[in-house]
Design a binder for this molecule. Structure first.
Ligand code: UD1
Length: 419
């Protein structure tokens, strides 16, 4: 298992290229199951483990996939299977999204029910209820769920009890291949939803309202192939912004879209950073210690839960006390204790963490317990005095491409040690 060895206390200076969005690429890759024609996706972060897992999922379902740098070419090699393997779904929850396209196209699909993960239970009840409302029948069988719709899904109106990103995407995927009108109310508004909608439109579906809380999809029985460039990763961009705010210095993030990060940029400015749009990206400059800024995570356009752990690392160094509230996931504070090993003063009570900023963090051996918690530890290590080793880097590799290289290019001292 690889680890990062980080020598902290050096400001970040220079330019970083923000990659394609993992969370946008995953449902868009899965959307290629909607057509038998070839698709080409560009700006895909193909080195990420979750992207590789999705490609294996497509192959296991009968697609032929070729990866050329950051481009993925998906074509058909005969008929598709309607059963997703447990070996893949257990590695990555988003693979459950393959059920929707297959159910819509073939009227039947069998998928393993994803288990829990480090940040909580993460059920799929909202997905399943929506499919029932669109006419699907559901049978639980030995850890799998079998969904059927005879002869096919109907359109209709579904109202999500919570604006789940995955459930919104899942219903959109199924609706795109259902020749009827489907209305999703209380839809998630994350930018990745709009990127998926743009791809579905290229395939031939009509999609209106994506990015707002009512999405309307008019599907087609047969969809065509298409080419699409995946949007920039707003969470990677936010991670670099927060890293620079913690370590100090000046960074340019090429390709980052400020509009996708408004809540984070507002919080950074209150913390004392100067953030501005520059050419085709963003620039941040930070001098001195951050001011304390409390945040509460919320569905988009609120503060993203995926940047909650990085924000906590920044606030650990603030010149006062702040509160970080987690309203999206039930158990996403595992990084608090690890940050404590580096000298942070954080008390967790239920969904709230109270952080008393300290003047200095010190390097220590720590462990990444999930993807974004891992990013938080890297940020803390960059700002800390001395050497930190971050173990279980495989979590970080699920969502950040060549993080250590990108950080080294801007003056960080991060070494990957293979073990
Ligand atoms: C996506 C992102 C993830 C991000 C999250 C919230 C991907 C691959 N992942 O995850 O990085 O942290 O959005 O912005 O895009 N819930 C239910 N029942 C359901 C579905 C969700 O109770 O059927 C709950 C979840 O347990 C969680 C909350 O709703 O507490 C948000 O989940 P959701 O928006 O669905 O997140 P994901 O799509 O899994």
């Amino acid at each position: 298992m690889d680890q990062f060895v980080i020598e902290g206390g050096r400001p970040l200076r220079g330019e970083v290229e923000i990659g394609g969005s993992k969370n946008a690429a995953l449902p868009i890759l899965i959307a290629t199951l909607l057509t038998d024609e070839p698709c080409r996706l560009d700006n895909v972060p193909t080195r990420l483990r979750d992207i590789r897992t999705t490609i294996r999922l497509l192959e296991s379902l009968g697609k032929t996939v070729a990866v050329r740098g950051g481009s993925v070419l998906v074509s058909s090699a005969g008929s598709l299977k309607t059963q997703a393997p447990y070996e893949i779904v257990k590695q990555m929850r988003a693979s459950v999204l393959a059920a929707g396209p297959l159910l819509a196209r073939f009227g039947l699909v069998r998928v393993p029910i994803p288990g829990g993960c480090a940040i909580g239970l993460r059920p799929i009840d909202i997905h399943l209820k929506a499919f029932r409302e669109l006419g699907a029948r559901e049978i639980a069988d030995h850890g799998d769920v079998i969904l059927s719709a005879a002869p096919q899904l109907a359109g209709g109106r579904v109202r999500l009890r919570f604006p789940s990103v995955g459930a919104t995407e899942h219903v959109m995927l199924a609706a795109a291949a259902t020749p009827a009108r489907t209305i999703i109310d209380n839809a998630a508004r994350e930018p990745e939803i709009a990127d998926l909608a743009a791809f579905l439109v290229k395939l031939g579906a009509k999609v209106g309202g994506a990015g707002g809380s009512r999405v309307v999809v008019e599907g087609q029985r047969r969809l065509r192939g298409a080419r699409h460039r995946v949007m920039a990763d707003r969470i990677e961009a936010g991670t670099f912004l927060i890293a620079c705010a913690a370590a100090g210095g000046r960074l340019r993030l090429r390709g980052a879209r400020g509009a996708d990060l408004a809540a984070v940029i507002a919080a950074l400015k209150r913390a004392g950073a100067a953030v501005s749009a520059r050419g085709d990206g963003l620039e941040i400059e930070m001098r001195g210690r951050p001011r304390p800024v409390s945040i509460a995570t919320a569905p988009y356009p609120g503060f993203p839960t995926d940047l909650q752990a990085p924000w906590m690392a920044l606030m650990a160094l603030a010149s006062g006390a702040s509160i970080v509230s987690e309203a999206v996931f039930e158990n996403r504070f595992m990084h608090a204790a690890e940050l404590g090993r580096m000298g942070a003063s954080i008390g967790v009570s239920g969904a709230e963490a109270a952080i008393a900023g300290v003047a200095r963090l010190t390097g220590a051996p720590v462990m990444a317990c999930d993807l974004r918690a891992g990013a938080a530890l890297v940020i803390a290590a960059l700002a800390a005095k001395g050497r930190t080793t971050v173990q279980r880097v495989y979590h970080i590799d699920r969502g950040y491409e060549r993080l250590e290289r990108k950080l080294c290019e801007v003056g960080g001292r991060v070494r990957r040690v293979k073990r």
